[in-house]
Design a protein around this ligand. Sequence first.
Ligand code: FE
Length: 344
Amino acid sequence: MSRRAIVTTLLGTILLAGCSDGNDKAEVEEVNLYSARHYDSDLPLYDRFTEETGIKINRIEGNADQLIARMKSEGENSPADLFITADAGALWRAQEAGLFQPVESKILTTRIPENLREPDGNWYGFMRRARIVTYDSAKVKPEEINDYAKLAEPRFRGKICVRSSDSVYNLSLVGALIEAWGQEQAGKWVRGIVANMARPPEGGDRDQIRAVGAGVCEVALTNSYYYIRLANGDDEADRKLTERVKLGFPSLDGKGAHINISGGGVAANAPNKENAIRLLEFFTSAEVQTHIAAENNEFPASPDVAAPAPVDAYADFTANPMNVSRFAVRQPEAQSLMSEAGWR
Ligand code: FE
């Protein structure tokens, strides 16, 4: 056998060994995504990521609390690589349970403003959603709802619609008020809102907006994207009601509207950590932010990603610069204030 032939044979053996090895241990690059985002509009993004990187996404869906419980019970052996959800409070609960590891990524810190990520890199936002109001423009003047504090005043006795206190969106908003004002003043506000309710909390945000349209209440607390969807959706009655029912952006201490995020963090024991970071970076890309803004009507998190239609028409507002982790940690306090006040 010539020397060259020997080398070739050896190489072949090594390659074959590599192949047979790959049969037990997956050679396909993959990433296990635990997702509490349940939007069909996200699906093409997952295909796109695989196309771009060759990394296959295994998706496990559930609501945030289910997925957090699952990761807890799986413990160190959890296959979870990346957990994404649509509320800073849920991300904080996962962090508190030790389910994340801090991640350093120049891409993430460059794209995502400091106030929209956890200071130690445990989780990062990639979309923004404002918790604001819709109001009946025939009955309410814009200056009457330009401050969260005003919503709790006697002017709105029996005029406000809002969903229940187990909504993480409400918990995060009240958490932000506690962070800004302290327990006592935030507690007063919560009691004021309970006194101002037009009816006991029922339904989701869309139901509150429609209740304003039906004259049940004059003002409703809602996330921005629900209104934008009704205003631009296929349902003619919904579109019609948004001609009179308007979106208003109350300010917190004159610093802007309360901002929550869709975001994610890399799992503490991620078996595919590098792929998890790549997927999280992918979520913060201009392409993904633009896609989710257009399809799901959230706002881009990066200031240099322009809001596409239809959210562009609503994007020109002042966003409160409070770090999302500041109100997220206050969800338990918010919960007790709200239960004490009888906000069911
Ligand atoms: Fe939502």
